[in-house]
Design a protein around this ligand. Structure first.
Ligand code: 13P
Length: 284
């Protein structure tokens, strides 16, 4: 999916969800915009909901989706969770080795890639840390930074399928506009053919996304925008419910779903992915 996107000059939206409502709403955005889409699950959600439940939920909801969709495990430093997800035949996993020193990160990325590839699962690799904490994983401090030459060399030696370098972004809401590094993505893209992933998408502008896509980024992660839309729509609904003393859970779910679908459809258009899945049929 990401290679097709790169060749055609757009990025695949990769969107974090945490329950049935958010998963349905995000898949609805893919359908509405005729876009391919990667559904992402945090390690925390796998732990709380259970791998089997998430796997079955995605299979049930994706069954009738007519655009290519994939199921991806987001930032995971935990080898046991990786093993369980790989055995459950998800499309891909992000092995987050950014808490390891370089030797351990390289050795373990090699091991995870071998395990995943034997099961037909792709691996996104992170050895520098993306700033910010995402569902309990990560740090606000830069722990490791390497040269693009090192990143490309390690990607080749470990056989990682996708690369998640530090590109100036961070997870969560930005307090000030970040120092974005699209030129670093371009430098890395010149050294390796492996698709490059942009994390920390929430809060960037359409022009920011375009500069990263032009630099070679072909998967863009969005999480906070989903949580924000979900909670703001819940609050707006509940304030009206309390004022009118009218309590209607299906209406609450419909309002939350509509807000999440709208915000993801907007991002899909910003990534240039709308219409790109027209008539392509579903993926795994
Ligand atoms: P945001 O929460 O900033 O959108 O980042 C999402 C992300 O990168 C998930 O891995």
């Amino acid at each position: 999916m990401t290679r097709t996107a790169r060749d055609a000059g757009y990025a695949v939206p990769a969107v974090n969800v945490f329950d049935e409502i958010s998963m349905r709403a995000v898949l609805a955005a893919a359908e509405r915009t005729a876009s391919p889409l990667i559904v992402q699950i945090s390690t925390k959600t796998v732990r709380t909901a259970g791998c089997a439940f998430v796997t079955d939920l995605f299979a049930a909801l994706a069954r009738d989706v007519t655009v290519p969709v994939a199921l991806h495990l987001d930032h995971c430093p935990d080898r046991a969770v990786l093993t369980e997800v790989i055995a459950s035949d998800w499309s891909s996993v992000l092995f987050d080795a950014s808490d390891r020193d370089l030797d351990d990160a390289v050795r373990e990325t090699h091991e995870v890639t071998a395990e995943a590839h034997a099961a037909g699962v792709d691996v996104e690799s992170e050895i520098e840390n993306i700033l910010g904490v995402e569902d309990g994983v990560g740090s606000d401090e830069s722990q490791h930074a390497y040269s693009v030459e090192q990143l490309a060399e390690i990607a080749e030696s470990t056989g990682s399928d996708l690369l998640a370098p530090q590109l100036g972004t961070s997870h969560g809401l930005y307090k000030a506009h970040p120092q974005l590094l699209p030129q670093r993505a371009a430098e890395l893209a010149a050294l390796t053919d492996r698709p490059i992933v942009l994390h920390g998408g929430t809060g960037l502008s359409e022009a920011d996304f375009r500069s990263f896509i032009d630099a070679g980024v072909s998967k863009i992660n969005i999480s906070t925008a989903v949580k924000h839309a979900y909670m703001q729509a819940s609050l707006a609904h509940l304030e009206v419910a309390r004022a009118k003393d009218r309590w209607d859970p299906p209406r609450l779910i419909a309002d939350v779903s509509a807000a999440v679908t709208d915000v993801i459809a907007e991002h899909v258009a910003w990534f240039g992915a709308d219409g790109k899945a027209a008539g392509t049929g579903s993926a795994r």
